[in-house]
Ligand binder design. Structure first.
Ligand code: ATR
Length: 275
């Protein structure tokens, strides 16, 4: 059977193997999909080893999406634009193709939830690989972005990089202090250490949509914080996970699985809204 894998740290609790098992049943395409835990130092070695010994494709999760970008032989236009890779396909003996399906997974999920409309002011918290994948589709949707991050220089770098594509500005996280945003996206990996990003509570109110690109079985710390401060419309990234996985599957096998059916089967919408 063909071998596929998810590289990340942590990866143990990932739902990706389950999602791919459902895709396999849905499409009758048989393949193995396993998780590979690695470190920044060993990432390249483990990736090369996997593909040398027959791996056909991989997904890349936190915190390796930017390193993966630098360790493939060619890139899709979109991955090149984002500067981050979440999907790799082995093209032939010598070439790995890097792609990014996070953006399409995110935007489809925001649309499914009714969380995004043209002209919205979107606050993105975080400036790593996940944020890179989110910026382009949101700008393409004609929304305005303010990006902030614990380390301001990284947010500023992304705002500069993407400013030709649309309206994006960076802000120091302690300057973010008002309820002016329509949609707030947590693109930090802080939930891995069971924390929410430290940010003013003034951004939360009953009208704002809050989305966490991560997911946990229980509520993520960011969504808990949002709820405790009056937010009624919030969702975690389980829908995005299935969406990005479906487009990875399409890159590998040429078929797009039915995302909504998989979400129903997972019965893990984790979406809460009282409007
Ligand atoms: P990913 O692929 O998930 O984006 P990454 O590239 O390692 O992973 O980026 C992690 C992001 O989460 C960064 O923006 C990081 O902030 P710094 O640039 O300041 O490191 C952010 N992050 C991680 N842990 C955090 C925490 N506890 N509080 C706030 N931000 C955090």
């Amino acid at each position: 059977m063909e071998e596929f894998a998810l590289f990340g740290n942590p990866v143990m609790h990932s739902k990706s193997p389950l999602v791919h098992k459902i895709f396999s049943e849905q499409t009758c395409i048989k393949y193995n999909y396993k998780t590979i835990l690695t470190s920044l130092d060993e990432f390249k070695k483990k990736l090369d080893h996997f593909f040398y010994f027959g791996g056909k494709g991989a997904n890349i999760t936190s915190p390796f999406k930017e390193i993966a970008y630098h360790n493939v032989d060619c890139l899709t236009k979109y991955a090149q634009l984002c500067g981050s890779v979440n999907t790799i396909k082995k093209l032939d003996r010598f070439r790995l193709l890097g792609s990014n399906t996070d953006g399409i997974g995110l935007i489809l999920d925001l649309k499914r939830l009714g969380f995004i409309k043209q002209g919205m002011h979107v606050l993105i918290i975080g400036a790593g690989g996940a944020a890179r994948g989110a910026i382009v589709p949101i700008l393409n949707y004609n929304c305005r972005i303010t990006i902030t991050n614990r380390t301001f220089s990284k947010a500023n770098e992304l705002a500069q990089k993407f400013s030709l594509l649309g309206n994006i500005q960076a802000s120091y996280i302690n300057y973010i202090n008002s309820p002016e945003y329509d949609l707030i996206i947590n693109a930090t990996s802080s939930c891995i250490v069971d924390e929410a990003p430290v940010i003013s509570l003034n951004i939360f109110n009953k009208n704002v949509f809050c989305y966490d690109m991560f997911y946990l079985i229980n509520e993520t710390p960011f969504l808990r914080l949002a709820q405790n401060n009056g937010v009624l419309k919030y969702a975690n990234g389980i829908g995005m996970l299935v969406g990005q996985a479906a487009f990875s599957f399409k890159l590998w096998f040429g078929i797009l699985p039915n995302i909504i059916n998989v979400l129903k089967q997972l019965n893990l919408f984790y979406t809460h809204s009282e409007y």
